[in-house]
Structures are given as structure tokens and as C-alpha cells.
Ligand binder design. Structure first.
Ligand SMILES: Cc1cc2nc3c(=O)[nH]c(=O)nc-3n(C[C@H](O)[C@H](O)[C@H](O)COP(=O)(O)O)c2cc1C
Length: 198
């Protein structure tokens, strides 16, 4: 199902088309597509080129998928059970060159996911990111070493049939996508003063 942005100004097609469905078809994601979406994440920019992102991926039917799925909260388990690909992004909290904290690591991991989701869209796939999972459980199940933090999960796959979703999720699936107005977000002069550009 398509749900393009109702944008006020022209934007690129990938940003316009990307959205986060909960209905996925059970068609598997080809391995070459999985490699491409991770490649897009790899080429994201990061502070001092630290590349603090690490990924754990599971394909439906394999043991990693089952473990990733088991870390999700109940709400997310209800719909993500259809997703052929589950992904966990893990951030490296310290710099590569020394033991100092990298204050940008989470920012950079978010950026890697932004690049990944646009590549996902480019491949005709959809991604739904999730904060609703147990990071503690992920650390335990995947033996994630100290200094690395599980940040978010994503369900990735082809669009599916919304009719299969539980009632509340079906409603959300077809509801219009909403955003704040640009003038609430973009300032010039003091914080809170809308920029005249908008
Ligand atoms: C970091 C992050 C965490 C999220 N956590 C969840 C989640 O646990 N469960 C869920 O159903 N959606 C989750 N979402 C999806 C958002 O609700 C969704 O991106 C937002 O409503 C905007 O919709 P759109 O992506 O379709 O434009 C999350 C998104 C992000 C970026």
C-alpha cells in the first residue's frame, strides 16, 4: 500500500514514498537487496568517520530472526511476525582511536538508518523502525559486548494486506500520515520565531 507524504513543497520521490507500514507480505527479501540496503547505511556520514553502527539481521525462518523477534514488546510482535527481515542497529559508544565517549554515536546511527530506509524505498521495500524492544534482552541473546548499545529494531519487507492486521493496527495503517507544519519547526532570529522563508 502506498501512502506518500502530503508535502507542502516539492521533495525527492524516495522521501515522499517512504512510510512505516505494519502489514508485510511473506515474500522474502532477496539477499542482494539486503546487501544493498546495508551498503547504503555503510555510506552514511558520521562524526570523524567513526561509523559507530553495527547490525544484526535475521531472515524469517532462521534462528537470528526468532531471537530478534523475541526481544520485541507485545504490540510490535503482533504485527512484525509477518516481516521477512528483522534488523537490530547497535551503536558503538566510544571512539575508535581512544576510550573517550563519542557524543555523536546515536545521532550517526540514526543517520545510517535514514540512509537505509531510503534505500529500502528505492528497492520497492518498506521498513518500520521500532523502539519497542528489550535492549537488555538483545545484549544477552547476542552477547553484545560492553561499549555497544542496542538502539532500535526495524522490520523490513514488501507491502502486505492490511486486512490481516488486528483492528487497531488496521485503522492506523489506513489513517493519513501527519506532520507538524514547517513553521512550527524552522526558526530564524530567536528560537520559536518562525523563519520567513517558510
Ligand atoms: C526510533 C523509532 C522508534 C519507533 N518505535 C516504534 C514502535 O516501537 N512501534 C511502532 O509500531 N512504530 C514505531 N515507530 C514508527 C513511528 O511511529 C513512525 O515512523 C511515525 O509514526 C511516522 O510515520 P511514517 O514513518 O509512516 O512517516 C518508530 C519509529 C522510529 C524512528
Amino acid at each position: 500500500m502506498k501512502k506518500p507524504a502530503n508535502n507542502d513543497y516539492p521533495i525527492n520521490e524516495l522521501s515522499r514514498e517512504r512510510w512505516s507500514p505494519r502489514a508485510f507480505s511473506d515474500d522474502p527479501v532477496p539477499a542482494r537487496f539486503i546487501a544493498s540496503l546495508l551498503e547504503a547505511a555503510r555510506w552514511a556520514p558520521s562524526a570523524a568517520n567513526e561509523q559507530p553502527w553495527r547490525f544484526i539481521i535475521g531472515m524469517k525462518g532462521d534462528a537470528t530472526w526468532d531471537l530478534l523477534y523475541s526481544t520485541l514488546i507485545g504490540w510490535n510482535q503482533q504485527w512484525a511476525d509477518q516481516a521477512p527481515l528483522l534488523l537490530l542497529i547497535i551503536g558503538k559508544e566510544k571512539n575508535n582511536s581512544n576510550e573517550k565517549s563519542n557524543q555523536w554515536y546515536a545521532y550517526d546511527c540514526g543517520q545510517a538508518m535514514a540512509h537505509l530506509t531510503l534505500e529500502v524505498t528505492n528497492l520497492g521495500l518498506y521498513a518500520h523502525q521500532m523502539g519497542g524492544f528489550s535492549a537488555e534482552k538483545a545484549v544477552e541473546l547476542f552477547a553484545i559486548p560492553e561499549g555497544f548499545k542496542p538502539l532500535a529494531m526495524a522490520a523490513i519487507g514488501y507491502s502486505g494486506n492490511a486486512e490481516k492486521l488486528p483492528e487497531e493496527m488496521k485503522k492506523r495503517e489506513v489513517a493519513p500520515r501527519e506532520r507538524k507544519e514547517l513553521k512550527e519547526l524552522v526558526f530564524s532570529g530567536k528560537f520559536g520565531e518562525p523563519s520567513k522563508i517558510i
